[in-house]
Design a protein around this ligand. Structure first.
Ligand code: BGC
Length: 733
């Protein structure tokens, strides 16, 4: 029974901005408790305590959803925490709900005040029940956390104690007038109608890192290096005179002279400020997080000792499934960097980056990385939640927002970004066989394809605002927007048709639409079997999207191989990169694919590894060879898009590949591609059926292959064009 639906939203009587407030209720319990269940959520982020003890170990609940439409509530069994006199307290911070960042993102989430709502249902051994609801019998005061903001950080005053308890105010609407109007237009009721059961994965504390070094920079700054870029915060022990103000600035990289570099964080202040109270205390922030490897200690009140600091990674608590290793330690570090890119950017939603004043659910980034992400971790619950918000955020004409949760964005419908609507459910289905995700998302994806269809003339979709092959290196002749638009139009329509067929939905009108677009595409963008736009991305997409004839495939892959070998490196941006190595190695150009993978110079994946990266950079040259930065404007050192190469490592280098016809690895294709520069490659996947593994080693007389097939699953092995069918168990070739 979801009692929270009958509770009231409560808040501090006046808007206290970024200050954190507390709510309190004391309950006398006179009978024996059999069970007690807490349900809670917030317009903001919250923590509940019972008799001073924290309920659960989830961070940043209720997470980030499209708050215009839904707020998720969490349910906890608190039976063991109830005592004769039970004191329930809750802390409430603004979290993602009302943050205001400067510059491009200076559009606050709509809303004027944060609010909390909860119920506790207590069942006694005589069969009776008490239900406690948030209402104006709760009291409220200000927390010792005087300031909290996702981007800017937190301020804590150890000496602050607000004993001015006021009655909590019941709120019927936490929205501004403008947003209320918008909700009325959309027919949305407030407040409890937007409460939904929790979805997704909980964000939790994961790995802990002790300092690698404590040092003073040439500029005299005291810095700690934890050795790993991640999302999280530092727990520290501190003792200073009462009222002493100490601060920590979180940052990703040192500049070329070895000093603190914060320019790439843009307006995000990423600072924890701590006011001491004369006692030794251990502290960590509770309602914010940072993307960082280093911290800068400002006005630290005592000698800085490494043992007083630990860096804690936080991310959505998904099950790890995919592993990769080979004989090249740099490629292994690259894979590890991809894993950290995923961890850092899977904090409740898939974000572009975790450090600067952005950290948004950019649909394009998620779309290019989802296949990789779903091999490395089990992402089904994580993406299912995010995809629900994607559907909520779609405009009436089917336009998919650039960022999800959408919240406040007006523009939508960008090629390669909006296609997250079709590509993401398809990839989740491919990884886990989850047909229900296809069914849930079908109307959203159909709306997106209809959008393109309705905006097309004679089969071609033209116009609109697009990011194109974002951050490509083609100079003055990048892949054109019309080309990419229509390549994605074809791809998304073909996925929609496949999905419709799986779900038993009549798809003939889309088949006709696809045929028409393919015809128009060929007429405009192909000549003599080749792509007119002579770029790596244009060829890679056409090959990967699978609509070329056998003959065209041959000539376009030749074209692609020539484009790569002539310049000797990749030139692809966000959209082309995930497909580039597949397009080469699937069509006979295995060596070229490995050449790109193993290249150490800019541009290439190992360039960042050689430069000490512990995550994937936003730009191929986020840092220049002379140590200077690409730019301060838009330069994240933890952006997962180019990490999509890891899917090639598992699927092609190790050769554990999905069989599209048998989703969820219910049938596996083992088709590894070798290169003489590596002496072994191995990978494993914890599929829903059990462990699948592949390994090859270079021996004196050729390659030795070992494949493991989970119980109840069959596999096809393809080596040097020879096909063998195998069943459960471990097989050597
Ligand atoms: C983000 C990208 C995103 C892009 C849109 C950037 O600011 O960091 O990753 O996809 O905007 O082009």
């Amino acid at each position: 029974m979801d009692h929270i639906l009958n509770a009231k939203w409560i808040t501090y009587p006046k808007n206290v901005g970024e200050a954190v407030c507390e709510f309190r209720k004391t309950v006398d319990i006179s009978k024996k408790v059999v069970s007690a269940t807490l349900q809670a959520t917030a317009q903001g982020v919250y923590i509940v305590y019972i008799n001073g003890e924290r309920v659960g170990n989830d961070i940043l609940t209720p997470g980030w959803t499209d708050f215009r439409f839904r707020v998720l509530y969490q349910t906890y069994d608190v039976t063991d925490m109830i005592t004769e006199k039970t004191v329930i307290t809750a802390e409430l911070a603004q979290g993602w709900r009302m943050h205001k960042t400067k510059g491009w993102f200076e559009r606050p989430m709509k809303g004027t005040n944060k609010a909390f709502i909860a119920s506790i249902a207590i069942t006694y051994d005589d069969g009776t029940e008490d239900i406690i609801y948030t209402d104006n019998t709760w009291t409220t005061c200000l927390s010792a956390t005087r300031y909290s903001d996702i981007y800017n950080g937190e301020t804590y005053d150890a000496d602050f104690n607000d004993d001015n308890y006021l009655p909590a105010k019941i709120v019927t609407c936490a929205y501004s007038t403008e947003a209320e109007e918008e909700m009325v237009v959309k027919g949305i009721e407030y407040p409890t109608d937007i409460l939904c059961k929790h979805e997704g994965e909980f964000v939790r504390e994961k790995e802990r890192f002790d300092p690698l070094s404590v040092f003073t920079t040439p500029n005299g700054e005291t810095v700690i290096d934890f050795g790993q870029n991640l999302s999280g915060y530092v727990e520290f022990s501190i003792k200073g005179e009462k009222g002493h103000k100490a601060s920590i600035r979180y940052f990703e990289e040192l500049d070329k002279d070895g000093n603190v570099y914060v320019e790439n964080l843009r307006s995000a202040k990423t600072t924890v400020t701590y006011y001491c109270d004369g006692e030794r205390r251990t502290f960590k922030p509770k309602f914010t997080f940072f993307g960082y490897r280093y911290i800068h200690l400002i006005d630290w009140p005592e000698e800085v000792k490494a043992e007083n600091f630990v860096s804690i990674a936080i991310y959505s608590d998904m099950k790890r499934t995919g592993y990769f290793e080979c004989s090249d330690k740099d490629v292994n570090r690259l894979f590890e960097n991809v894993v950290w890119g995923q961890r850092s950017n899977f904090v409740d939603i898939p974000t572009d980056c975790p450090q600067r004043d952005e950290r948004r659910g950019w649909t394009g980034d998620a779309q290019v990385f989802i296949r990789t992400a779903s091999l490395i971790y089990d992402t089904e619950r994580f993406f299912r939640k995010w995809l629900h918000d994607l559907s909520y955020g779609q405009s009436a004409d089917g336009g998919v927002p650039h960022v999800v949760p959408n919240s406040d964005w007006i523009d939508n419908g960008a090629m390669g970004w909006a296609d997250a609507a079709t590509i993401c459910p398809w990839q989740i289905y491919q990884a886990y066989g989850s047909k229900w995700v296809l069914a849930e998302q079908f109307s959203s994806m159909r709306k997106w394809v209809d959008y393109m269809r309705n905006h097309s003339i004679d089969g071609l979709w033209l116009g609109g605002g697009h990011f194109a092959d974002w951050l490509n290196l083609d100079g003055d002749t990048p892949t054109s927007k019309p080309y990419l638009q229509n390549a994605y139009f074809i791809y998304s329509t073909s996925l929609l048709i496949k999905i419709g067929n799986i779900l038993g939905i009549e798809m003939s009108e889309y088949e006709q639409c696809l045929e028409k677009t393919q015809k128009a595409f060929r007429a405009r963008f192909m000549k003599d079997g080749k792509i007119v736009e002579n770029t790596q991305t244009s060829c890679a997409e056409a090959l990967y999207f699978g609509f070329l004839t056998e003959e065209e495939t041959k000539s376009v892959s030749e074209q692609l191989n020539t484009l790569v070998t002539e310049c000797g490196h990749l030139k692809t941006g966000f959209l082309g990169t995930p497909y580039l190595l597949h397009a080469l190695s699937d069509n006979g150009y295995v060596k070229t694919a490995y050449d790109l993978l193993l290249r150490h110079e800019f541009p290439g994946w190992l360039y960042s590894v050689d430069n000490g990266a512990t995550t994937i950079w936003e730009h191929w040259d986020s840092r220049n060879p002379d140590g200077s930065m690409w730019s301060a404007e838009m330069n994240s050192f933890n952006h997962y898009a180019y990490g999509s190469v890891a899917e090639w490592l598992i699927e092609k280098a190790a050769g554990i590949t999905h069989d599209e016809e048998h989703a969820g690895f219910s049938h596996i294709i083992f088709k590894p591609v070798t290169d003489e520069r590596l002496t072994f490659v191995k990978a494993s996947l914890d599929t829903r059926y059990g462990k699948a593994a592949s390994e090859w080693t270079k021996e004196a007389d050729g390659y030795k292959y070992t494949f493991t097939v989970p119980a109840g699953v069959t596999a096809t092995v393809i080596i040097d064009g020879k096909t063998t069918e195998i069943g459960e168990g471990t097989h050597t070739f």
